[in-house]
Design a binder for this molecule. Structure first.
Ligand SMILES: [Zn+2]
Length: 326
């Protein structure tokens, strides 16, 4: 290194020596950052934003889990959410840039239950190549498919699927939190136990608050857009009566017969409101509601929808449910 400094300083002896040394320091500090193909230009660009550039990137497939990851890592990592807030993670198709972000991340955090159908190929290739990926579904009690039902995107392979809508139960998020904390600690090389303790407490409070709201409701019979409220219902004592799209994914459609069956169930259980949202035809929901004289309420269940954090996202949904059924 001293030799290099000498030669460069001699080459630049007509220039300002201080600036030559600053350049060298920049070059020296960057040479340890692994990309040997970088040009000087890109090095300078990178170092101008050095605080962010040096942080490990954690790629999270969708915003709800992205917020939980952010609450754990704080400013120790650059958390990049692949599916933008407001888009359907079931249907999202990644760009070349999205794929690059996922492939180059220090850790990828995904749902793990074939939720992000458009990202499945890139996630599988990371798994196959032994990449660093944390699948939430591997660290929770998975809600299995009942009565021989199918996961919407059945490719005919032997993969046993389960309900991917695990984030809608705070208790399920508490279940996976220790494993997620370990994976993030490893990826960021940081002790995240203090953050984990704080978030655990917040989620425990949220869990209790949700339980209280639903308990006060008395009867909680749910009809949703697609079959998305299972974890929530199982945990907090609600009953899923049915769904407009009777599938774990929005990429399916309901048949006329299925809709007729659903109408009967709504009448039988005297459900006062049905919940719709992402991927459900508003016309079908409105028609169903007006035919049966019930309310159709739109819920945001698959992305933060502007909520400040996971806790706010869940409380908004639960309060909407309580208001509609109360
Ligand atoms: Zn869904």
């Amino acid at each position: 290194m001293i030799l290099i400094i000498d030669s460069v300083v001699h080459m630049r002896k007509t220039n300002n020596l201080v600036s030559a040394f600053v350049s060298l320091i920049v070059l020296a500090s960057c040479s340890s950052a692994s990309d040997p193909t970088s040009t000087n230009e890109s090095i300078i660009e990178t170092t101008s934003d050095s605080d962010v550039a040096e942080l490990p990137v954690i790629a999270v497939t969708y915003s709800v889990i992205g917020d939980i990851v952010s609450q754990l890592v704080g400013d120790r990592a650059n958390v990049k959410v692949v599916v933008p807030d407001g888009q359907d993670p079931h249907e999202f198709q990644p760009s070349a840039k999205d794929i690059e972000i996922v492939n180059n991340a220090a850790l990828v955090v995904s749902n793990g239950l074939e939720f992000e159908e458009g990202l499945e190929e890139v996630l599988e290739s990371i798994t196959d190549s032994g990449g660093n990926i944390f699948m939430v579904g591997e660290h929770i009690t998975v809600r299995k498919i009942e009565d021989g039902g199918e996961v919407g995107n059945d490719h005919g392979d032997k993969h046993v699927g389960g309900d991917p809508h695990l984030w809608l139960s705070p208790a399920t998020m508490l279940e996976m939190l220790p494993a997620l904390t370990s994976a993030l600690s490893e990826a960021t090389d940081a002790d995240l136990s203090a953050e984990a303790t704080i978030l655990t407490k917040k989620l425990q409070n949220l869990d209790q608050e949700v339980e209280l709201i639903i308990n006060n409701l008395g009867e909680c019979n749910l009809v949703s857009g697609h079959d998305e409220l299972g974890y929530f219902a199982d945990q907090y004592g609600c009953k899923v009566i049915g769904a407009i799209i009777p599938s774990f994914t929005t990429t399916s459609e309901a048949t006329a017969g299925e809709l007729a069956d659903l109408k009967k169930l709504i009448q039988q259980y005297k459900v006062p409101a049905i919940f719709t949202g992402l991927g459900t035809s508003q016309d079908v929901a409105d028609q169903l509601a007006s035919e049966l004289g019930v309310k159709a309420v739109t819920l945001s269940t698959h992305y933060l929808d502007g909520a400040a954090n996971y806790q706010e996202f869940i409380l908004k949904m639960v309060n909407q449910i309580a208001e509609a059924l109360g």
